[in-house]
Design a protein around this ligand. Structure first.
Ligand code: AHM
Ligand code: MG
Length: 356
């Protein structure tokens, strides 16, 4: 039965009445108003503010001269820097400068960590982030994202090497991302499940949209840049041949990790950025790309592997270390791993006989 035109829709009423904001959600999750809980809630609020500022900037980027394109500079990774990368990097810095929460920030766009000395006596956290992930999508108005990870500050390194950050992803206390798509979404975990929020631009608030997201055990999607097919190890090619020859698989790849990951999180399947023969460590960086997403995927009941170990167990040897990643539904990640194990076994048993 349809409701009469004058009758208000129940779903709309309940949504309006029950809308849970991000900061309230963090406090509810921690079931406490302790200083730690308040800090974490304030931290998430600040990240949300950075997300709102970047989202607003992106939505006007096609209209205002000088917002898109390259700066002419090259970052520590040797990649050409886009204006939007720089803008977003600075947004995170300025949002945290006055917060008193964070002593140090480290990002894809900065060679060394950025210290906020006035915060250090009280700011007990380090924020690691990729300000704009999927930069190649910006100039053509496709989805991009920001990725973040929060760790307890464990040391003050005068030489800027940030050695205390060279620990595994298990040290993360929170992680998440902001997806700038048709709507802006923030997905986060503080180790108590994965939850997503959608930005309501009219309120300027992130409102809870999905609680306790669980990735299916198996999904149809495989997401990988197949242009690298001949650069990969044979085991990855074996996996791709397998999905080509079996029904029920479909390829999706947007060129922005956050968007591709988001799809897998909700629909299941696997995202891969494997190493190549020339670059066995792959493209994606551990501390602010693969480790935070691995944290989320495990919290959602999925799996994240380098092919031979859990991504969350990898200890980086430098701030901008890279790692291969195979992430998503447990069964799909294990299928890729099985091809890697098979090839490794062949190589061990008959190193000169392994087919290529
Ligand atoms: P970026 O942070 O410099 O934009 O690089 C990361 C991006 C990921 O979002 C995406 O999955 C991958 O690089 C795309 O790389 P490729 O063009 O080699 O497929
Ligand atoms: Mg990136």
């Amino acid at each position: 039965m349809f409701a009469a035109a004058s009758e208000p829709q129940i779903t709309e009423i309940s949504l309006d009445r029950d809308c849970t904001t991000l900061s309230r959600h963090v406090l509810q999750q921690l079931q406490s108003f302790s200083p730690d809980a308040q800090d974490l809630s304030a931290l998430m609020n600040r990240i949300a503010l950075a997300g709102k500022l970047i989202s607003r900037h992106l939505s006007r980027s096609g209209l205002v001269e000088g917002m898109l394109g390259f700066t002419g500079g090259v970052n520590v990774q040797g990649e050409d820097v886009k204006r939007m990368d720089l803008y977003a990097n600075e947004v995170f810095i300025s949002v945290f400068k006055q917060s008193g929460l964070v002593c140090r920030l480290a990002s894809e766009e900065m060679d060394k960590p950025y210290y906020i000395p006035e915060n250090c006596p009280i700011g007990r956290y380090t924020l690691l982030y990729d300000p704009i992930d999927g930069s190649s999508n910006i100039d053509i108005n496709l989805n991009v994202g920001s990725i973040f990870s929060i760790r307890q500050q464990e040391g003050m390194d005068e030489d800027g090497e940030a050695k205390d950050l060279l620990q595994s992803g298990r040290k993360q206390i929170a992680a998440g991302y902001i997806l700038y798509g048709p709507s802006t979404m923030l997905v986060y975990s503080i180790g108590k499940g994965v939850h997503s929020f959608t930005l309501d631009p009219s309120l300027g608030e992130f409102i809870l949209s999905h609680e306790n997201i669980k990735v299916p055990r198996h999904g149809p999607i495989y997401s990988v840049n197949e242009g690298n097919f001949w650069q990969w190890e044979e085991s990855i090619r074996d996996y791709i041949r397998y999905v080509h020859r079996h029904e029920g698989y479909t390829a999706r790849y947007s060129g922005a990790l956050v968007g591709d990951f988001h799809r897998i999180l909700f629909q299941g399947g696997v995202f891969l950025y494997p190493g190549t023969v020339k670059k066995p460590e792959g493209k994606l960086r551990l501390l602010y790309e693969t480790a935070p997403l691995a944290f989320l995927m495990e919290q959602a009941g999925g799996k994240a592997s380098t092919g031979t170990e859990e991504v969350l167990d990898v200890v980086p040897d430098k701030l901008h270390a890279r790692t291969p990643i195979i992430i998503g539904s447990v069964e799909d990640v294990e299928l890729v791993e099985s091809f890697i194990q098979e090839r490794n076994r062949e190589l061990k048993e008959a190193p000169f006989m392994a087919k290529s």
